[in-house]
Design a protein around this ligand. Structure first.
Ligand code: AHR
Length: 488
């Protein structure tokens, strides 16, 4: 039995809804096939966006969608993706499988997708192979309301009103695929490029500088010191199994070691996150720059027989459990982490949705995001868990990862049982009485179970028994499961 105390009077800051953000890149079958099939497809679609996928994603209340990359962003020239589709030039997607990109999904299609999903926009600009002029023109094309050649071109292409750009990223991974730059060089470029990200009319753009990869705190420190005053946020990327690049293991075929190694990687990420925040606290003691974790997730070997450049993998309870721990990590770091974008939304890495032709299925990670919805913009609550943990490879892994928040008088609690061998009884004490409880659990018989096109509902949430007596709540979190509890 584990004990938990939740103090609803001790609020610990808002959990930004943007932590539940998504990312869609021109990579493999994320955009094409996964989200966009074109108006002439036999797959039911609205303006080219497949209805089954959009309808499923709408259930997640996605706050923001990052696009067009990723590495693709620093190879992307926005002018290739506007105007009549038959006139749009083709390009080679050199980063991802060397396939030919027809640019049928471009700026207008992205805004249409965000409109259908009901989410805000986060566009990543091209610093690596683009120019300042190209970037400034894109902003004017999208957001200027007046009478300028660029705004009129947007109108000619079918959009009279300016688009709303909420967030703009100045380059992606410019230490690697975005130009192999040093942090000093990038910082200077950042200062120059960001000058031309202008706010037209009502559109106020939140500027995000390219940040570090995993443990590279020197990048974070240098960029913040040299250019911190010109940015609203700085990004950070962290994938699991990054340290075993050559042999990450399969997403749907692993043993107990594969399960626990993933948990160790999550704890390594926790350490790295706190190191980055510590550096930020030194360089920016007033807390004026946010940390934007705009790529995170589990990265395994691709499914055999698929294009290795397409990063197509399956998704199991392991992804749901580790995903919940990482989201809890972001909750706990809410004073700095203001946005996060899991990689990626459809058919790539730790996806929400998988498709094959006209078929689709949602993944355990999709259920995780759906079950966690109640936390979006909730106030984090002081939560004490009696701290039972176990050691793997020198890291202390919690048996139960738990987080609680409150919004509009409703308390949401999420909990993950990280063990493969033992259910855990929880006794939760609250500091006020509640009269209604509802709980869901996501678990499966075997750790490698996943949803396939033939068995799309193998892993899905079911009700969880919970005993509420005023200010006491008792429930059992089954081994390798995640649970979400709502109290009113
Ligand atoms: O998400 C896949 C790739 O991972 C992105 O394109 C890149 O930014 C990162 O290295």
């Amino acid at each position: 039995m584990s004990y938990v105390e939740i103090n609803t009077k001790r609020k610990k800051g808002k959990i930004s809804k943007y932590i539940y953000g998504q990312f869609a890149e021109h990579l493999g079958r994320c955009i094409y096939e996964g989200l966009y099939v074109g108006e002439d497809s036999e797959i039911p679609n609205i303006n080219g966006m497949r209805c089954d996928v959009v309808n499923a994603l709408k259930e997640l209340d996605i706050p923001v969608l990052r696009w067009p990359g990723g590495c693709f962003a620093d190879d992307y020239h926005w002018r290739d993706g506007i105007g009549d589709k038959k006139d749009r030039p083709y390009m080679v997607n050199t980063n991802w499988g060397g396939v030919v990109e027809n640019n049928h999904f471009g700026t207008h299609e992205y805004f249409e997708l965000c409109r259908q999903l009901g989410c805000e926009t986060y566009i990543n600009g091209n610093v690596g192979s683009g120019t300042v002029q190209e970037m400034r023109d894109w902003i004017e094309y999208m957001t200027f309301d007046g009478n300028s050649p660029l705004a009129n071109e947007r109108r000619k292409n079918g959009h009279d009103e300016p688009f709303k750009v909420s967030f703009f990223g100045v380059g992606n991974e410019n230490w690697g695929c975005g130009g192999c730059m040093t942090p000093e060089y990038y910082s200077d470029l950042y200062r120059r490029f960001q000058t031309f990200i202008r706010n037209y009319g009502e559109n106020k753009i939140y500027k995000i500088a390219c940040g570090a990869n995993s443990d590279d705190t020197n990048w974070t420190e240098t960029v913040l010191k040299k250019s911190g005053q010109f940015m609203d946020g700085i990004s950070w990327h962290n994938y699991t199994f990054e340290d075993s690049w050559q042999n990450r293991g399969m997403s749907d075929d692993f043993d107990e070691n594969g399960w626990y190694n993933n948990l160790v990687d999550v704890e390594r990420m926790r350490k790295r996150l706190s190191e980055h925040i510590a550096i930020m606290d030194v360089c920016d003691p007033k807390g004026e720059t946010d940390l934007i974790v705009d790529e995170w997730g589990n990265w395994y070997d691709c499914i055999p027989g698929t294009n290795p450049g397409f990063l197509y993998q399956q998704n199991t309870m392991r992804d749901a459990v580790t995903g919940m721990i990482i989201l809890h990590m972001f909750h706990a770091a809410n004073r700095r982490v203001k946005m996060a974008n899991i990689a990626q939304m459809v058919n790539v890495l730790q996806a929400m949705v998988l498709t094959e032709g006209e078929k689709m299925t949602v993944t355990p990670t999709y259920h995780l995001f759906k079950m966690m919805k109640g936390h979006q913009d909730g106030e984090l609550l002081d939560t004490f868990y009696d701290g039972k943990s176990y050691e793997v490879k020198g890291f202390s892994v919690p048996k139960i990862s738990i987080s609680a928040s409150e919004k509009d008088g409703i308390v949401t609690i999420s909990a993950a049982n990280t063990r493969l061998d033992k259910d855990e009884e929880l006794e939760i004490s609250l500091d006020r009485e509640f009269s209604e409880v509802s709980a869901l659990v996501l678990t499966s018989e075997n750790m490698c179970d996943c949803n396939t096109f033939d068995e799309p509902e193998k892993v899905k949430p079911i009700p969880l028994a919970a005993e509420l007596c005023g200010d006491k709540l008792k429930l059992t979190i089954p081994k390798m499961s995640i649970a979400a509890i709502t109290l009113k």
